[in-house]
Design a binder for this molecule. Structure first.
Ligand code: ATP
Length: 358
């Protein structure tokens, strides 16, 4: 069993900068955990601490029931895949994959069995004698994964492994990594700043911000019920529309007139003259249209003099609203439209955005 547990993990860099401010995460055996968040939120620091490449300032890192804070990286039974592949340019694909095993003194027959098996799984068999420069970016990335696989570690750690690949290859490799992980069933922790990659890969998603965990859970559950406005706007593209509102008109249990933030995802709006009971309607002026085939994004502005309509929650300030509609529809620029969202598609947060009300 190789569950990974982070208990109140902290990191203060020399100089005093606190990069990780007490993180708790539980990754069960065989699970694929993705750490996602904006640049500088601390996800690489956290991963490097699990790998043993950074010291831990506070808390515990537990791999398979053993606290590894003081254990050398080589003795943690983990294998890491980096974004820059870190392949040896003068070595063949075979030797790149075999290097770590030979270094540990493994018998050549066993080395060959493991490398051949990894090459088969990764479809690299015809390329075993090539040098890295004779490979495409995607193939190099597969070699980097091959080096991790042959070790048969308890845990895979991935640090933005796809960020050097073009968009199409990223998607293909994303699917490959997921299939591979399902097949090998090895506990994995994967760092990315790409929320789509995070959503599609994760069994368990950890959304980080400023050295702290904003939310942990199943990706779809997080999408459906983001805990904070940070998560609401980070997960989902285009992001959730957030508008300041007065909560009492939507939900009476809070103090009358208390300020809150109303969130509505672009796909939860429809263009309609109706106002759904308990829902929200907004008049918009179409400012821009993006047609991307199956769907169209409408960028609308709420005009100042139009902010109050029936069932509209309080005083909505002017601002941009993104609406996603089917690709076959597209209102002309400048047209005034009315969009509405039903009651159960509304997300309501406290005024500071830190608490989900419903
Ligand atoms: P990115 O997506 O840009 O790689 P990240 O979420 O992985 O970002 P980290 O690399 O973990 O972020 O960095 C977290 C914070 O710690 C950043 O503010 C960074 O400047 C700081 N930091 C990282 N390494 C060091 C270091 N060696 N000394 C001091 N501060 C550091």
């Amino acid at each position: 069993m190789a569950n990974v547990t982070l208990r109140n993990v902290r990191k203060t860099y020399t100089g005093g900068f606190e990069a990780i401010k007490g993180v708790n995460v539980d990754v069960a055996d065989g699970q694929f955990c993705v750490l996602v968040g904006p640049s500088g939120c601390g996800k690489s620091t956290l991963l490097r601490m699990v790998a043993g490449l950074e010291t831990v300032t506070g808390g515990e890192i537990d791999i398979g029931g053993r606290v590894v804070n003081q254990v050398e990286p080589a003795d943690r039974d983990i294998a890491m895949v980096f974004q820059n592949y870190a392949l040896y340019p003068h070595m063949s694909v075979f030797n790149n994959m075999a290097y770590g095993l030979r270094n540990r003194g493994m018998k050549e027959a066993e080395v060959k069995t493991r490398v051949d098996e990894a090459a088969r799984v990764l479809e690299l068999t015809p390329m075993l004698e090539r040098k890295p420069r004779q490979l495409s970016g995607g193939q190099r990335q597969r070699v980097a994964m091959g080096r991790a696989i042959v070790r048969q570690p308890k845990v895979f750690l991935f640090d933005e492994p796809l960020s050097n690949l073009d968009a199409k290859l990223r998607i293909a490799m994303r699917v490959e990594i997921r299939k591979l992980q399902r097949r090998l069933n090895t506990t994995s922790i994967y760092v990315t700043h790409d929320q789509l990659e995070a959503m599609t890969l994760a069994d368990i998603l950890v959304v980080m911000n400023g050295g702290q965990v904003e939310q942990v859970g199943n990706p779809l559950a997080i999408y459906e019920k983001p805990a904070t406005t940070f998560v609401a706007s980070f997960i989902g593209a285009p992001p959730m529309n957030l508008m300041s509102t007065r909560i009492d008109e939507i939900k009476s249990q809070l103090g009358a007139g208390e300020a809150g933030i109303l969130g509505i995802r672009p796909e939860d709006f429809v263009i309609t003259e109706q106002t759904p009971a308990g829902g929200v309607a907004l008049p918009l002026t179409v400012e821009a249209i993006e047609r991307v085939g199956a769907e169209t994004f409408v960028y609308g502005s709420r005009a100042q003099d139009e902010q109050r309509v029936a069932a509209t929650p309080g005083e909505l300030p002017p601002g941009e609203v993104i609406v996603r509609i089917p690709g076959s529809e597209a209102p002309p620029i400048g047209q005034k439209i009315r969009v509405a969202a039903v009651r159960n598609k509304l997300h309501l947060f406290s005024g500071d955005g830190r608490t989900r009300i419903e």
